[in-house]
Design a protein around this ligand. Structure first.
Ligand SMILES: [Mn+2]
Length: 356
């Protein structure tokens, strides 16, 4: 058992949680929870979730986010999803085992900065592999749940989704827009850039990414919720591309229910398109999920975050989910446990857990 596993296993939160999880009923849906009123529009029977844990931190500077997937799995994520009636598969970190340095920042000598991007070869290699893995699961009619790891991974997970569902739309839940290009990034951290590559913006047609990552998303098929820390160049990119954003100002003004409805109406008006939900836990307030690398105050409440997931689940359109940027090495023990628990509960909400 890892240190973290022991730490989580002995924690009060884990004990409390494990006594309150629902047991499987005969019908596959957990005892106490009604069967969903929606049907999965794009998945094969029996409904199967493929949890893809990607222990990767190379898209940003702080070590520890690579421990996120293991923390969520140790906290019981797989069983929790099973108890919602899904078949669950999990390969651990095996798909990424042959890519060196997935757990650590690469050495500048091995992977020197290119076009202002740090660890470009490493990020590209991991995302290319993730795209293959997610794409394979999607093509089998399964629902891949990518657990990061930093948010640069969404370049891979969304590319994988698009290989099966080219008409999919993306809900990007985040404090940040992650839409810098290699030309506009001031930090060189690629977790701030994945959306620009997906859209094929100026400056993204660069090696090593252009060997495999083709633009696969149009600006009217992505919508943001939760933004509150957007760089000047990103504001210009969002405006110039007419990308729909629901900032925290909009959440305050309209309420989360109206924001999610408007967001879905924008990218998926008939609810006939597949949805990829990419959830950066830093979208929530640091008091909700503070163990994350770039927390920003003034974020989504616990319920607002979960409401987004529940509302997406109700569409029956979800085909892929990312839970990103949980860093179990940041903050005190209580904050870590709370953040890991929130990562799991956001996933459950997106996968059909209801309050009644
Ligand atoms: Mn992000």
């Amino acid at each position: 058992m890892s240190f973290l596993a022991r730490r989580l296993a002995r924690s009060q939160v884990t004990r409390t949680f494990s006594t309150s999880v629902r047991r499987l009923g005969g019908g596959g849906v957990g005892e106490g929870q009604a069967a969903p009123t929606y049907v999965h529009k794009f998945l094969k029977e029996p409904p199967t979730v493929a949890v893809v844990g990607c222990p990767f931190s190379g898209g940003q500077a702080r070590p520890g986010v690579d421990l996120g997937p293991n923390a969520l799995v140790e906290f019981g994520l797989l069983n929790q999803i099973k108890q919602l009636g899904w078949n669950v598969s999990y390969d651990g970190a095996k798909p990424f085992a042959d890519i060196a340095h997935t757990r650590h920042d690469a050495d500048d000598a091995v992977d020197p900065p290119s076009h202002n991007m740090k660890n470009a070869r490493l990020v590209s290699a991991v995302c290319e592999r993730l795209a293959e893995v997610v794409g394979q699961h999607a093509k089998r009619g399964e629902l891949p749940v990518t657990v990061g790891g930093d948010h640069s991974l969404a370049l891979g997970s969304i590319a994988g989704t698009m290989s099966k569902h080219p008409d999919a739309c993306v809900l990007w839940i985040d404090a940040h827009a992650d839409i810098n290009t290699p030309l506009t990034t001031t930090t060189g951290n690629l977790h701030g850039c994945p959306v620009s590559f997906l859209l094929g913006l100026d400056g993204t047609d660069v090696a090593p990414f252009n060997k495999w990552a083709k633009p696969c998303l149009s600006p009217n098929r992505i919508v943001y919720i939760g933004l509150r820390d957007v760089d000047p160049a990103e504001k210009r990119i969002l405006r110039e591309n007419n990308i729909k954003c629901f900032t925290m100002h909009d959440v305050d003004k309209y309420g989360i229910g109206a924001c999610v409805q408007k967001a879905l109406d924008h990218v998926n008006p008939e609810r006939t398109r597949p949805v990829h939900l990419s959830f950066d836990v830093d979208a929530t307030d640091p008091s909700v999920a503070g163990s994350t690398g770039t927390p920003v105050r003034g974020g989504l409440t616990f319920r607002e975050g979960h409401y987004i997931c529940e509302a997406v689940a109700e569409t029956g359109c979800l085909v892929a989910l990312d839970i990103m940027e949980v860093n179990p090495t940041l903050g005190d023990e209580k904050l870590v446990e709370q953040t890991v628990a929130v990562g799991c509960s956001l996933a459950r909400a997106a996968l059909g857990e209801t309050l009644l």
